[in-house]
Design a binder for this molecule. Structure first.
Ligand SMILES: Cc1ncc(COP(=O)(O)O)c(C=O)c1O
Length: 463
């Protein structure tokens, strides 16, 4: 009976009548496969991939459920496994269980955030959640935001709005200012905006990896002389390589004085603003015009989940609204396809909402504090005579043996990454200031003290 149901190929869609037993069985079976894969991480390590893995394409006739389950298993077995305690390479933590469930519900709902009529409850949910975040960080009543698929898109939404707000939409002399440690996606944003490298001005960073304010002031003067029109300054709240934070108060004072849009790229550090964890600069973020918060990067909301919050919602409406001639409008409700780049969009906000509802503010704080604690433990125990270390207030550390020549860092980090991987630790090797570093990102809740000790011993760096 069960086998018949599972292999019934006449059932393409959930039914509007009856009990949908077939779907229940398939979902149960899928969750069983998923859970088995999670626990296989212990044996297979953080990254298991067989070079013989083949992507199998659709046949003339559809395939049976059994075949599909076996292909799903093969896909999983050839994937990065974020739940392994040695998965410490990137900003990709284990998925929160309630976010996984949120993704399932979002897929089943198949609502569309383009329009209120296609997603009434989820439209209101997204609007409310953005407002909730906006209020939490200290924005006032005119604030709000929009979800997007990742930090790059949230930043892009902000930059397009900033340029539009400055009236520089078609001005090839306009420039964006970011620090030299800002994320590489700003280069992409500039290209998408029809500009080029000359429109992206980079400010030096100081020895903490934060934007150098003197250099920013001088650059602003130079821009004036060269008739470059600045449409936004980006302050990074958590840089990718070392988790540094730009001096947000100083930058916001300058932006106010010169009437320039301040965007904060809080893709990594923004979520700390809803906690009481004392981090410099966090209480000034409400002085910005916009901020990206990307809870997929630390607290385990499943990908993708990013929010752009703006101090004034009318800036998004003025920038993106075209009218949607084929969609109904409802008084006092914004069709969310009208306030951002994306049109059709899944109900991704459900996994964020469920994840946050499950954790509560205390749970979020607990997860973030635990990341900092792991970073502190790593820093406390790493041999500082042996390694040159770059880190900031967040949970990221980049390091390299002291005295290694820049040209030797490529090979050293490659060898170390391979060696560590054989011992089930996955670290990354970012290029920073003309050298390659090893980077450890301590956002994995499954990583325990004993794992950190083991990692340091493998690096021969335990002090
Ligand atoms: C500081 C920062 N900003 C933006 C991004 C881009 O985010 P996404 O990969 O979600 O588009 C990243 C990615 O790591 C980042 O570290």
């Amino acid at each position: 009976m069960t086998e018949d149901l599972i292999n019934n190929k006449d059932i393409y869609f959930p039914s509007y009548i009856g009990t949908n037993d077939n779907l229940k069985l398939l979902v149960n079976r899928t969750s069983q496969i998923l859970c088995e894969w999670f626990s296989k991480a212990e044996k297979n390590g953080p990254l298991s991939f067989d070079e013989n893995f083949k992507s199998i394409m659709p046949d003339e006739d559809g395939n049976s459920a059994e075949e599909l389950f076996s292909e799903m298993e093969s896909l999983l077995n050839n994937s990065f496994n974020p739940v392994h305690p040695g998965s410490l390479a990137h900003l990709d933590p284990p998925p929160l269980i309630f976010s996984i469930l949120g993704d399932l519900i979002a897929a089943g709902l198949n609502n569309n955030l383009l329009a209120y009529e296609l997603s009434p409850s989820v439209t209101l949910l997204e609007e409310s959640l953005c407002k909730w975040f906006a209020k939490k960080i200290g924005f006032n009543d005119s604030s709000g935001g929009i979800a997007a698929s990742g930090g790059t898109l949230s930043n892009l939404n902000a930059l397009i709005a900033a340029r539009n707000n400055a009236g520089l939409g078609s001005d090839s002399n306009c420039v964006l200012i970011v620090s030299e440690d800002a994320h590489s996606s700003f280069i992409k944003c500039i290209k998408i905006m029809g500009l080029d490298a000359t429109n992206l001005v980079r400010i030096k960073t100081d020895k903490k990896g934060s934007m150098d304010i003197q250099n920013l002031r001088k650059t602003l003067d130079d821009c004036l002389i060269e008739n470059k029109k600045i449409f936004a300054i980006v302050a990074t709240l958590g840089t990718t390589v070392r988790g540094a934070i730009d001096p947000i108060k100083d930058i916001s004072d300058i932006c106010k004085e010169k009437n320039i849009w301040l965007h904060i790229d809080g893709s990594i550090g923004g979520i700390f603003a809803v906690t009481s964890i004392p981090i410099d600069g966090l209480h000034n973020i409400n002085q910005s015009n916009s901020i990206t918060i990307n809870p997929q990067k630390i607290i385990g909301i499943t990908k993708t989940s990013s929010l752009l919050l703006v101090s004034d919602m009318s800036t998004l409406e003025n920038t993106f609204s075209t009218g949607l001639p084929y969609i109904s409008t409802t008084e006092n409700i914004i069709n969310r396809g009208e306030i951002g780049i994306q049109g059709s969009r899944p109900a991704e906000v459900i996994k964020l909402w469920l994840g946050l509802r499950f954790l509560g503010l205390n749970g979020i704080e607990e997860i973030l504090k635990s990341s900092i604690k792991r970073k502190d433990l790593f820093l406390k125990n790493i041999n500082k005579n042996k390694f040159e270390i770059y880190s900031g207030p967040l949970h990221i550390v980049s390091f390299l043996p002291r005295g290694l020549k820049p040209k030797d860092t490529d090979l050293w980090t490659k060898n170390k990454v391979n060696e560590l991987m054989k011992n089930n630790f996955m670290l990354s090797r970012p290029k920073y200031k003309a050298k390659y570093f090893l980077r450890v990102v301590m956002g994995n809740y499954n990583t325990k003290e004993s794992h950190i000790e083991e990692l340091l011993k493998l690096l021969d760096g335990y002090q």
